[in-house]
Design a protein around this ligand. Structure first.
Ligand code: HEM
Length: 255
């Protein structure tokens, strides 16, 4: 523990000077502040998510399931808050957004390192995304590290194997078959059963966040191209198919 500085107060402890001076609109238009604040709060929540995600992975790896569920439940609640916050951004009308959209240049949420790191650490490891960051940059290093370290998905598969289940070639079919045995006898495999449902909570919330993002984007810019250079809403719609644990969705048909 670090010693508490004498006379510390609320603003000192939270470094509010730094935090509250980091909102610097580039235009003089009223709604740019909301745009900045929404992005910054989401980046802060993502920071906390990554923090809890690392803990969850290490707890699953150590077979400390009850503690892992607690960390994963927090992640799910953060995801719910992040999804809900799109409703605040929806108060930004297309007319008001278009007035300052130019100041964003080519910057886009697509460049959020933390978002990609969350995907990687959950288990959606798509190495190509690393290439958008320059060699040696902090973002690239963080993503390379996330690629190299075990994800929540890998830790969960380790737990399944550790309990003696045959995961075969780790294809969706093979994994669905292994999880199916867990779901057919939840009393016997309660820890794994509970783990799987917690994983699905996170996967479900990830899709919900993506859905609300694309809906908000369609509401604000319609089918215009993104500032990051993609086709915009059609690109985002395609990401709705991504699943962290396709086998856990697949097994439901077989039950
Ligand atoms: C007016 C509000 C917003 C609009 C119009 C918008 C639009 C877009 C578009 C068009 C893309 C696709 C990439 C591109 O071409 O730029 C994108 C990607 C993305 N945006 Fe937003 N966005 C908005 C707000 C936000 C906010 C508040 C966040 C929170 C951090 C965010 C996070 C992301 C992320 C993480 C991606 C990458 C998604 C992926 O590749 O799966 N966006 N956004």
């Amino acid at each position: 523990m670090t010693a508490t500085p004498a006379g510390i107060n609320y603003a000192d402890y939270l470094k509010l000077d730094q935090l509250l001076s980091a909102q610097q609109p580039l235009s003089d238009l009223h709604d740019e502040m909301l745009f900045i604040v929404i992005h910054q709060t989401k980046e802060l929540w993502m920071k906390e998510m990554l923090y809890d995600l690392r803990l969850a992975v290490s707890l699953v790896e150590a077979d400390r399931f009850a503690e892992a569920y607690k960390a994963m439940a927090r992640i799910s609640r953060i995801q719910a808050v992040m999804t809900l916050s799109w409703d605040v951004l929806s108060t930004l009308t297309p007319v008001d957004y278009l007035k300052f959209r130019d100041v964003l240049g080519t910057s886009s949420g697509f460049q959020s390192e933390q978002f990609r790191e969350i995907e990687f650490r959950l288990g959606l490891k798509e190495p190509n995304f690393v290439n958008q960051y320059p060699d040696g940059s902090a973002e690239r290093k963080a993503l390379e590290q996330a690629l190299a370290e075990p994800s929540l998905r890998e830790a969960a598969l380790g737990a399944l194997e550790g309990a003696g289940f045959d995961v075969g070639d780790k294809s969706t079919e093979a994994l669905a078959g292994a999880w199916l045995q867990v779901y057919r006898d939840p009393d016997r495999w309660f820890e794994l059963y509970e783990l799987a449902e917690k994983l699905l909570d996170i996967d479900d919330a990830m899709v919900a966040w993506r859905q609300k993002h694309v809906l908000t984007v369609e509401r604000i810019i319609g089918l215009k191209r993104g500032t990051g250079g993609s086709a915009g809403a059609p690109y985002l719609r395609a990401t709705l198919e991504k699943r962290l644990f396709p086998e856990l969705w697949a097994l439901r048909t077989e039950l």
